[in-house]
Design a protein around this ligand. Sequence first.
Ligand code: TXA
Ligand code: MG
Length: 323
Amino acid sequence: MPRMNNAEAAARAAETLRAGGLVALPTETVYGLAADAENELAVRRIFAVKGRPQSHPLILHLGDVAMLSLFARELPETARALAETFWPGPLTMVFSRTSRVPDVITGGQDTVAIRVPAHPLAREILRRFGGAVAAPSANKFGKVSPTRAEHVRADLGDEVDLIVDGGACEVGVESTIVDVSRGPPVVLRTGGVPVEALERALGVAVPVRVSSEVRVSGSLASHYAPRAGVVLARGDEVALRVTEAMARGARVAAIAPASIALPPGVHRFEVAENAAALARELYALLREVDAAGFDVVVAALPPDAGLGRAVTDRLTRAAAPRD
Ligand code: TXA
Ligand code: MG
């Protein structure tokens, strides 16, 4: 396809969405697989292409906060404050839903997850389209989320009608999900907005509760997983874990900052000490580990604060037992 400029790409994308097509589009977190949220057949195709169970609800993406009342039945004061501080941006809030939200989006639940993304191209597409867009991450179910257009191409290729290339995602991990539908806000998934930032905006502690009762697909054990096995290690244990995996005969690499010592000859996917920089690179690195043919990657855990919490969460899921 000839290279389109952003205005052309956004126009094409809006047209494709209106026609009931699937568009992979960039957001600041990860690439999304978008369809017209109010076109049931189009939304069903998202589940089919991803191989995702229908029981896993999707996030509604809006171009404008003003549209919120069409889909959210109540707007609690905390939600208003969070929207004002973090939208557009990497925050998703779970609201009680209006009857306008199709069941196919929510898996029949009485709540709906909504986000207003910040990526300029996503915003331009939503503005031109004018409606709500349902968009999970644009990867096969359970796999690593895409943070570059070429990741989407590799995963979904011609199963989507259009892939809009907006470059590398700035945040690199999915949005933070906060439930505001049942009283005090609760974090259901750590992500692009650090929990500390939520707490600063609200002036109260915000608990993190990733429960298996709530149907959050990101809370299943094995998820965000590359083909290679993932082993987590605190900084001072990375070298030991690498040595153990090598002793089992595996081809081993490490994802670690330069400050962490590795046994000689072991390939290092070098990352910044800074958790935000690590978040930005994480999914691309996991893909590189697979492309380079490693059996096992030992990942150094970042400090459990700020974006480090989301990175630790995703690495923990990638390291969980697989079926
Ligand atoms: O950053 C993101 O959030 C990306 C970009 C594309 O916006 N999207 C994303 O979507 O990560 P997905 O489908 O991969 O993850 C959406 C998460 C799932 O874990 C889903 O279960 C949860 O949102 N979710 C959706 N509706 C919900 C609801 N009503 N209650 C609780 N969780 C919900
Ligand atoms: Mg996903």
